[in-house]
Write a protein that binds this ligand. Structure first.
Ligand code: C5P
Length: 235
């Protein structure tokens, strides 16, 4: 397969067309943004870590029956994925209060939620990705009710699988964001699953091993990303 012209550049990734209409070529960048692009920087080697960590999670999820867009790694920073028509809904799953949920509901960060919280955000940079609900999704025709039911149950299955997978490497899965898209008529999991899109806390010390180190200037950002890769792969 050959990498052809770039068709999309996002904040953290570039997407290229390939000589097959069924596949895209994704390159993970070191660029980091936070607060809807207000804070910008780079995290050395982030692209490598996120590419490899996403591959580990996608492969593991596929093995447990979750359909994902992942096909194969090409090199340290690049992977081949199935071509998706992205659904403009970001799905956030939360086990422990942090970030915007802690702020919105006045909860102390670290409060264990009695039930897993599922949220939807409208994927629209110009609007700052506002929080929406199933009725907004239907009214804006972002996805069908059947697609949303599949997305809801899949997002919760991913939660059980990921928490179990991360427990032996002493990582608590606090929250994370998923994106889904349509490939050949089927809804499948897309985007990335990485320290950029998940909150990972060390189970014993509570140390943050994710993008909050960049968002909040906590230091050792590269080290935290590298540590997640090390725990998952030994690298
Ligand atoms: O900021 P907030 O607390 O709502 O983020 C919840 C989770 O979703 C965090 O793990 C964050 O990294 C992720 N997220 C993301 N992309 C966004 C918004 C949130 O990956 N645009």
């Amino acid at each position: 397969m050959n990498k052809l012209e770039m068709i999309y550049e996002g904040k953290a990734k570039k997407v290229y067309r390939t000589d097959s209409p069924d596949f895209f070529w994704v390159e993970y960048k070191d660029d980091a943004t936070a607060f809807n692009g207000e804070k910008k920087g780079t995290i050395d080697n982030k692209g490598v870590v996120n590419n490899k960590v996403s591959a580990v999670f996608f492969k593991m999820l596929e093995s447990k029956g979750i359909p994902t867009h992942f096909v194969e790694l090409v090199n340290d920073r690049e992977m081949i994925v199935k071509a998706l028509e992205i659904i403009k809904v970001e799905v956030v799953v939360r086990n422990i209060a942090a970030g915007s949920l802690a702020k919105r509901l006045g909860l102390a960060e670290g409060t264990v939620m009695a039930k897993t919280v599922l949220e939807y955000y409208y994927k629209d940079d110009a609007l700052g990705d506002p929080l929406i609900n199933a009725s907004h999704i239907a009214a804006l025709d972002l996805a069908t009710p059947e697609q949303m039911e599949f997305i809801r149950t899949t997002a919760l299955k991913v939660n059980d699988i990921m928490r179990e997978y991360l427990a032996p490497v002493n990582i608590d899965l606090i929250d994370y964001k998923l994106e889904f898209g349509i490939h050949k008529g089927q809804v499948i999991l897309g985007d990335e699953i990485s320290p950029d899109t998940c909150r990972f806390w060390d189970k014993n010390t509570g140390e943050k091993l994710d993008k909050d180190r960049f968002r909040r200037d906590l230091g050792n950002v590269e080290g935290a990303y590298q540590e997640v890769l090390r725990r998952l792969t030994g690298e």
